[in-house]
Every structure is written in C-alpha cells, then in structure tokens.
Design a binder for this molecule. Structure first.
Ligand SMILES: NC(=O)c1ccc[n+]([C@@H]2O[C@H](COP(=O)([O-])OP(=O)(O)OC[C@H]3O[C@@H](n4cnc5c(N)ncnc54)[C@H](O)[C@@H]3O)[C@@H](O)[C@H]2O)c1
Length: 381
C-alpha cells in the first residue's frame, strides 16, 4: 500500500510516496529543487542511454533547461528533445505521430526512455507514446502543474483526444519515477494553479477529512504557493490516489470515488467547450452540483459541510455555479452525462459524498433531481 508522510533522504522538505502497483513499483518524489537532481535520480534508474525528453513549450525555460543541465552530468546519457505546443489541442494523433518519429530518428531502443516535463497534457501524450513505442519503454514524469502533480502523474492512465471524444484512446502505463518539483509551480498562472486546487479539495471531500481541514487552515500559505505546505499537500493527495490505484488499477470499484464532481464536470467541459472552462473549474462546479444531489437524495451530506466546500472553492477563486453568459441548458448537460465513458448499461452512476472525508460510489440518480440541481445552479432552461 502506498505510504504517506515519509521524508525523502533526510530532508524535511523532500517527501516520497511509494506506489506499489503490481509489477510496477514506483516512487513519487516531492519537494523543492528536484529538477537539479533529476540527472542522478533518473540516471540511476535508466536501463540504456538514449532518452527522448518531451516538453511542453511553456516549460522550455527555465524548467527544462535545469533538467538538461542536470542530465548532462549523467555519463553516457544521450538526451534528445521534442517540444510540444502548449494546450489541450496538442493531445492528438498528429503530435503522437511526431513523438514516434522522434523516437525513431533518435534510435531510442527497448532500453530507452521518455521523460515528460509539463502538465497533464504532455504527460498523457508522452505516456501513450512510451506505452506504444516498441510495445512499451520506460517513462519518467516531471509534472509542472498542480493538477498533474496530484492527479495525472499517479495512476498510469495515458491518452490522446480524437474526434470521437476526449481521452477515449489510451492505455494504462505506469511511470518508473515521478519527480514533482514544487519550485516549478511558481511560474504557473493563477487560474491554472487554482484549477489544480479543485482536485486537491476533491481528495479531502471523498477520502480524508483531516486533509480538508488542513487545506482550510493553511489556505493563505496555499494561495502564496508556500513550498513546504504544497509539498505536504501534494504528498497527501498522491498517497490517497496511490492507495486507491494499488487496490483498483483499472477503475472497476474504489477508483470511481475519484470521479466525484467529474460526471457533471465533464458535461460542463463538453458543453461550454474545452479551453473555455478549465478542467478544475468545471470540476469545482461539478462538485457543487453533485454535493447538492447528495443532499437531495439524503446520503448524509450536511448543509454545514456544503457551506465549507463552497467557502473553500470561493477562497481559491473557483466557480461555484453556472451563472454566466452562455450557460448550457440543464437538459443538454443531463444528456451529456449519458455520453460519459463511465456510463455502464445506460445508467449514470455517481460518486457522492456522505460526509466530509467520506464518499460512496454507484449512486443512480433520477433525471428530475439532476435537472433541478442544475437549474438551481444557474443552468439555462
Ligand atoms: N492521466 C490521468 O490520470 C489524468 C488525470 C487528470 C487529468 N489528465 C489530463 O491532464 C490534462 C490537464 O492537465 P493540466 O491541467 O496540467 O493541463 P496542461 O498540461 O495543458 O497545462 C496547463 C497550462 O499550463 C502550462 N504550464 C504547465 N506547466 C507550467 C509551469 N510550470 N509554468 C507555466 N505554465 C505551465 C501549459 O503550457 C498549459 O498552458 C488533460 O489533458 C487531462 O485529460 C490526465
């Protein structure tokens, strides 16, 4: 089982979570200054010498530069680069083909590896390339967004988007190592940073009341991106996700808990348009809607808990309702929940909170209740 609160190499600020997925044990190292040590940390785990570094163009300077400097200290390592344009639109077959071509041109063999540096977009794209090149080569993830640190980098899901939908083509491919250097978060824009906080809050709601309370207590340090507080919180989230993934890698049970806020969140993203609303923003509204559904059907979710959720989202400048120009209709959102890839036998199954820090999966909710809640939140008629 993934272990929490484990100091890394004696330094108070560097933490480690082990994710022992069967046959693919790996560590998530969290702290400041890990990029400077990436050469040693990755070098010790390389099987061969050729690696392709796939980077989001937004992190080319300064973060990827620091990575390259550190890799240059690894004797014999030959690092090639492939830059990907920022934004979700790059997570497609064309960019994937570009990565395959770069792997071929750089002669990256079975003992080679990909290092992905950037947010979840690059992690998913490069992860899919790693899982398919020569039927699978090693993958090292260096997440540089909060969302990628607490969510996308743990669990081994990789994917690309297509005209068929988001993330429908992909694979499960666990990384060899994840380096979450919290210093990289300093250059992230405020909306991107806050978007990641929605997922952090989600972990508190579905799994850990103490985490939720820590976020409440330290919201000022979180907003200031204090590295110690961030390291602690990221470690906590990775530990929760790691434990769930170890028990349910393929999302057949417990992993569904992490979908809280995402059934309606995905509907909002697809109806408002990807890029118009950030994932974390859609999840924030999704959590408000699904928590209200929980109250309506009487899961035990209280008004007091609901107010605390709303307060925290507001402090982190995340949206709590759909009151905006061009809000989709409640009916369109409801219909969209039925095309979510998690629908089983035509029935939408919600993961809903039962109390602060506890949730259950598999709730089937009537269309009337979903429509009522969406209208209350400001969806059009
Ligand atoms: N694999 C999984 O389990 C999983 C889980 C959740 C989300 N995802 C995927 O992750 C993606 C979303 O991830 P994201 O929110 O990290 O988006 P992203 O990778 O698109 O990054 C968001 C923005 O931040 C910029 N950026 C990244 N790091 C930066 C830094 N340190 N400084 C300045 N700018 C920086 C990027 O250029 C981009 O503009 C989606 O594609 C989603 O499907 C995957």
């Amino acid at each position: 089982v993934a272990q929490a609160r484990k100091p890394f190499k004696g330094s108070g600020r560097q933490l480690r979570v082990d994710v022992p997925v069967e046959g693919h044990n790996y560590a998530v190292l969290i702290g400041e200054g890990l990029l400077d040590r990436a050469g040693d940390l990755i070098g010790a785990r390389l099987r061969g010498q050729r690696i392709l570094v796939v980077m989001d163009e937004a992190v080319a300077t300064p973060h990827a530069q620091i990575l390259f400097k550190s890799l240059s200290s690894c004797t014999g390592v030959e690092a090639y680069t492939c830059k990907v344009a920022s934004g979700e639109q790059s997570k497609n077959i064309k960019e994937l083909t570009k990565l395959w071509m770069s792997l071929g041109a750089s002669n990256v063999g079975r003992d080679g590896a990909i290092i992905a540096i950037g947010g979840g977009m690059v992690g998913d794209l490069a992860g899919f390339a790693a899982s398919t090149w020569l039927r699978g080569i090693d993958l090292f993830l260096i997440p540089t967004t909060l969302l990628a640190m607490v969510d996308a980098s743990v669990g081994g899901k990789t994917a690309i988007n297509s005209t068929l939908g988001k993330n429908l083509i992909g694979s499960f491919w666990q990384p060899r190592l994840v380096l979450a250097d919290v210093s990289t978060l300093r250059t992230l824009s405020e909306p991107e940073y806050c978007s990641g906080l929605a997922e952090v809050i989600k972990y508190g709601i579905v799994k850990d009341r103490a985490l939720f309370e820590l976020i409440e207590e330290r919201c000022d340090s979180i907003l200031c991106r204090d590295p110690e507080t961030l390291s602690e919180i990221i470690e906590w989230c990775c530990s929760i996700k790691g434990q769930i993934v170890v028990r349910d890698e393929r999302e057949s049970g417990e992993r569904e808990l992490l979908n809280f806020g995402h059934t309606i969140g995905h509907a909002i993203e697809s109806k408002l348009g990807y890029g118009v609303v950030r994932h974390g923003e859609a999840v924030a509204i999704g959590m408000m809607a699904e928590a209200r559904i929980a109250a309506e059907i009487g899961t035990g979710w209280s008004d007091a808990a609901h107010e605390r959720l709303e307060e925290l989202l507001t402090i982190f400048r995340l949206p709590c309702d759909l009151k905006r120009e061009g809000a989709p209709s409640a009916r369109a959102l409801l219909d969209s929940t039925y095309s979510d890839k998690k629908v089983r036998s035509g029935q939408v199954r919600y993961a809903l909170p039962t109390a602060l820090g506890e949730a259950k999966t598999g709730f089937e909710v009537s269309d009337e209740i979903v429509l009522k809640v969406l209208r209350e939140l400001g969806a059009a008629e």
